[in-house]
Design a protein around this ligand. Structure first.
Ligand code: NAD
Length: 418
C-alpha cells in the first residue's frame, strides 16, 4: 500500500504551517499572527558582476528581514542556484523562531544570491560579495541586521562583506559574524553548528539511556555543518557509518575513521573514493538503516515520497528545513521522532551571538569559554524543549514553535506593535 502524499507546499508555507498550529495551541491574537505571516522588509537587488570572461553577469540577490521584535535582525547569507526569494523568506522566518527558542536577543533575517559558487572563481566570488553588500548595505547595521555564513558562503565571504561595508560606513567588525578569527571572529564559530548538532544527539542518547558507541549515525553533507557533526559525534563515541557530499556518499557499517576521512578530503576535495567504504548515492544514503539520520546539506530532502523508506530511528535536522510537512507527517505516523532544525542547528547563531557581543565589547573569549557557554545553552534549551514536548504531548517541532512563538508574540505585545 502506498502512503498518500500531501501536495507540495513552498518552504515559507511550510514554516507558516508550524506557526499557525502553534498560534492555535497558544491562542495567539490574530493580529500578532498577521504580523508573523509576512516579512517586515524584503529587498530584492540586481547584483552585477564583471566575470573573468569580461562579461557582465547580473545575479539576483535578496535580504529578507522577517521580525525584529526581540532584537536586531540576524541570519546567514546563502550562495546557491536555488536561493530564490521564497526559500530566503522561509529561512528568515525560521531564524526568528530559532533565535527566540535559544533566547537570543535577535530577530530573524536571511540573505541569498542565486548563483553557483562551485563554478565561480575566487575573484568572481569576491566581486559578487562586494556588489551584494553594496546593494543591501543600507539595511544592515550592528544594531539593525547582522549577516553570517550559510550554504555556499564561509569566513572568507564574511571578511569581504565586512570590508565592503567598512569602506562605506567605517570599520565595523560586528557587522557580520562568522568572520576569520584574525578579523575579530570568535574562536569556535566554525565548529559551532556541528557541535550543537552533536550535543543534541548526545543528550537524546542520554534520554534513551543508550551508549553513543552502540548508535550508528548517517550524515548527509560534508560541508561546515556535516563535517563538524561527523567529527564531534565521532569524538563523543558515536559510530558514524555514512557521510556524503554533492558528488556522492560513502558507507562502512563498521564505522568510518573520520580523522582519516578528513585527511582524504583535504586532498581529494570530496568524501567519494575514501576507503575502506562502499560508495552510495545521496538518495540511498538517506535510506541506510541507522539510529540517527542527520541531513546536513539541503532543504526538502525527506519528503512525502521517500519518508516511508527512511530506516533511521530518529531524524536530526542539522540542515534548515530538510523534512517537508508531508515527510514529517509520514515520519510521525511511523513514530520516527524528528529533532527540529530550529533547535538542532542553533549552535551557529548562538556562537554568532557570542561573536557579536565580543565585537561590541572589543574583547575575545578563549575557545574553552565559547564551548562551555555553547554547551550550556544547547543543553538547557534541548531539555526545555523536550520537557515541554513531554508535558503537552506535542512533537519536538511543535514544542519548539510553541516556546518560540510565545516569546516572539510576547515581545510584539510589549513593544506595542499591535
Ligand atoms: P556548506 O556549503 O558548507 O556545505 C554543504 C554540503 O552539502 C557540502 O558538503 C555539499 O557538497 C553538500 N551538498 C550540496 N548539494 C548537495 C546535494 N544535492 N546532495 C548532497 N549533498 C549536497 O553548507 P553548511 O554551512 O554546512 O550548511 C548546510 C546546511 O546547514 C544548510 O541547510 C544551512 O542552512 C544549515 N545551517 C548552517 C549553519 C552554519 O553555521 N553553517 C547554521 C545553521 C544551519
Amino acid at each position: 500500500m502506498t502512503t498518500p502524499v500531501a501536495p507540495h507546499v513552498s518552504p515559507s508555507e511550510s514554516v507558516l504551517q508550524s506557526v499557525y498550529e502553534a498560534a492555535g495551541r497558544l491562542r495567539t491574537s490574530p493580529e500578532v499572527v498577521d504580523l508573523l505571516r509576512t516579512s517586515w522588509r524584503e529587498v530584492r537587488a540586481q547584483i552585477p558582476v564583471r566575470m573573468e570572461s569580461k562579461r557582465l553577469q547580473i545575479f539576483e540577490g535578496y535580504r529578507v528581514q522577517h521580525n525584529g521584535a526581540r532584537g536586531p535582525y540576524k541570519g546567514g547569507v546563502r550562495f546557491h542556484p536555488k536561493a530564490d526569494l521564497d526559500e530566503v523568506r522561509a529561512l528568515a522566518m525560521l531564524m526568528t523562531y530559532k533565535c527566540a527558542l535559544m533566547d537570543l536577543p535577535f530577530g530573524g533575517a536571511k540573505g541569498g544570491v542565486m548563483c553557483d559558487p562551485l563554478h565561480m572563481s575566487e575573484t568572481e566570488l569576491n566581486r559578487l560579495t562586494r556588489s551584494y553588500t553594496q546593494h543591501i548595505g543600507m539595511i544592515l547595521g550592528i544594531s539593525r541586521d547582522i549577516p553570517a555564513p550559510d550554504m555556499g558562503t564561509n569566513a572568507q565571504t564574511m571578511a569581504w562583506m565586512m570590508d565592503a561595508y567598512g569602506q562605506k560606513y567605517g570599520y565595523t567588525p560586528g557587522i557580520v559574524t562568522g568572520k576569520p578569527v584574525e578579523l575579530g571572529g570568535s574562536h569556535g564559530r566554525d565548529q559551532a553548528t556541528g557541535r550543537g548538532v552533536a550535543v543534541c544527539m548526545r543528550e537524546y542518547a542520554a534520554i534513551e539511556k543508550a551508549n553513543p558507541r552502540d548508535l550508528k549515525v548517517v550524515v548527509q553533507g560534508y560541508g561546515n555543518v556535516g563535517s563538524w557533526t561527523a567529527r564531534l559525534a565521532s569524538e563523543m563515541g558515536f559510530t558514524v557509518v555514512a557521510v556524503s557530499d554533492i558528488k556522492g556518499g560513502i558507507c562502512n557499517m563498521e564505522g568510518l575513521d573520520i580523522a582519516a576521512l578528513d585527511r582524504w578530503f583535504s586532498v581529494a576535495g570530496s568524501v567519494t573514493g575514501f576507503e575502506p567504504a562502499e560508495p552510495v548515492t545521496n538518495e540511498h544514503l538517506l535510506e541506510i538503516p541507522c539510529d540517527y539520520l542527520v541531513p546536513a546539506a539541503l532543504g526538502e530532502v525527506i519528503t512525502g515520497e521517500n519518508a516511508a523508506n527512511i530506516r533511521a530511528r530518529v531524524v536530526v535536522e542539522a540542515a534548515n528545513h530538510p523534512v517537508t510537512p508531508s515527510g514529517d507527517e509520514v515520519l510521525a505516523k511511523r513514530k520516527i521522532p524528528v529533532l527540529p532544525d530550529v533547535l538542532v542547528n542553533a549552535g551557529g547563531v548562538t556562537v554568532s551571538y557570542f561573536e557579536w557581543t565580543q565585537n561590541i565589547q572589543q574583547f575575545r573569549w578563549p575557545l574553552e569559554t565559547v564551548i562551555t557557554e555553547l554547551e550550556k545553552r544547547m543543553v538547557a534549551t534541548f531539555h526545555e524543549l523536550m520537557g515541554r514536548s513531554a508535558r503537552d504531548g506535542t512533537s519536538p517541532r511543535q514544542a519548539a514553535f510553541d516556546i518560540s512563538v510565545e516569546r516572539v508574540a510576547k515581545a510584539i505585545l510589549l513593544r506595542g506593535f499591535v
